[in-house]
Ligand binder design. Structure first.
Ligand code: HEM
Length: 378
């Protein structure tokens, strides 16, 4: 009798498990199909500015300044994001000599031209931590002596074009409204729960949580051995594009980085220093453009969407070389900390577009001004 009961219970549980598995698979298939349907078809090639964006931006500035205050290191005020640098290095950016005519836009107008540049390599976190901790890695490039009207009227004297990137192709929020909610929750100490703002499952941002987790990736062997993405879109002449910078070891002398002690807090700086300063070997990258095809799902106003390479390939427009150099000195490191990189330091042909970039216009300026003024008071 008891055995029969157990057998029935076992059979019932087995069936229940199969049903749950089936339901789970069906749910997953439906969600995938719904997501594919939502993320297909033509998009606008123009910016669409939602109402209330300016007010939300002011809120975000206050949160960002709160974060800078929370993380100030001894007496200096650091950046709100990408606080820790592995170094600022001199670079040369050469426009491809054979660049096709339709790719000759803005600073890439003159084939073969070599720009002098500064590159700051960083960890993404808001305060310095061990390099072995999972994080985004940043690359900010500043082309020097760029002619043409600067986008920011109060920065007319800069003559710069910045390209500000990190090591993941998409962002963990879609737009300014979501950024405001998420970053405020994070500043209050929430982590995973920042992606679940309420009881209503429609507000849960599960996909964005996965993007955030993937963005925090293990450290590369060296800052010269990872790919950096613009994440958000920019004008590219009359069209729109995203860009990325990818290692291009074939354009440099063959080099194998000696094994670094990854337990050391700043091993990424050590790796960069070993290659450029100790071993005197340059590092090479390519700078590539991915042009928007508005007939495909390549939106401007949603930075959580990676533009598929099958919809539009990346095309190389320039080569970047970091020559052998000594960058790791107290004077150069202080100068590096005092630099400001900003996607809005540049010319009209590369104007940042989309909500997250409009937000960055106000926030970078506010945070940079705040930390510079506080550091000047010390
Ligand atoms: C599209 C996605 C983004 C990318 C690729 C990106 C990348 C970077 C990088 C690489 C830096 C370091 C620049 C340097 O080396 O000086 C940086 C700094 C910074 N980022 Fe972002 N970021 C993004 C979005 C945002 C957003 C949405 C905000 C806030 C609204 C933000 C706020 C900041 C701030 C305040 C700094 C420090 C500015 C300074 O004090 O000079 N970023 N970002």
């Amino acid at each position: 009798m008891l055995i029969t009961l157990w057998l029935r219970l076992g059979a019932f549980l087995g069936k229940l498990l199969l049903w749950l598995l089936g339901l789970g698979l069906l749910g997953w298939a439906l969600a995938t199909a719904w997501f594919a349907w939502q993320h297909s078809g033509a998009v606008s090639a123009e910016e669409q500015i939602p109402s209330g964006e300016a007010a939300m931006t002011q809120d975000i500035i206050q949160t960002a300044v709160r974060i800078v205050d929370q993380h100030r290191e001894s007496t200096r005020y650091l950046r709100d994001a990408h606080a820790k640098a592995h170094g600022c290095v001199k670079a040369e950016v050469q426009v491809l000599p054979q660049l096709p005519v339709d790719l000759r836009q803005g600073v890439f107008s003159e084939p073969g031209k070599t720009w002098q540049a500064t590159v700051r390599l960083s960890n993404g976190n808001a305060y310095p931590q061990f390099d072995s901790i999972r994080d985004a890695r940043g690359m900010a490039i500043k082309l020097l002596d760029v002619s043409g009207k600067q986008l920011l009227a109060d920065q007319a004297g800069r003559r710069e074009q910045d390209f500000v990137m990190f090591s993941h192709p998409n962002f963990f929020v879609s737009d300014v409204a979501e950024y405001r909610q998420n970053v405020a929750a994070q500043a209050d100490g929430k982590k995973v729960m920042a992606f679940f703002p309420g009881w209503d499952p429609r507000t849960w941002q599960v996909r964005h949580l996965f993007i955030a987790l993937a963005t925090l990736s293990p450290a590369p062997d060296s800052p010269t051995q990872t790919t950096y993405f613009s994440v958000s879109p920019y004008k590219f002449g009359q069209g729109n594009a995203k860009f990325r910078v990818m290692p291009d070891p074939a354009s440099c002398p063959a080099y194998t980085l000696p094994k670094q002690n990854q337990a050391l807090p700043n091993f990424l700086r050590n790796a960069l220093n070993q290659q450029l300063s100790t071993d005197r070997v340059p590092a090479c990258f390519v700078l590539q453009i991915q042009r928007q095809n508005a007939n495909k799902f390549m939106p401007i106003e949603d930075t959580s969407v990676e533009w598929r390479e099958s919809d539009a390939p990346f095309e190389t427009v320039a080569k970047i070389s970091l020559p052998a150099q000594d960058f790791d000195t107290p004077a150069l490191n202080l100068q590096c900390d005092n630099q400001s990189f900003n996607p809005w330091f540049g010319v009209e042909a590369h104007r940042p577009i989309g909500g997250i970039n409009r937000l960055r216009k106000a926030v970078y300026e506010a945070v940079s001004d705040y930390r510079h003024s506080r550091n000047a008071e010390q």
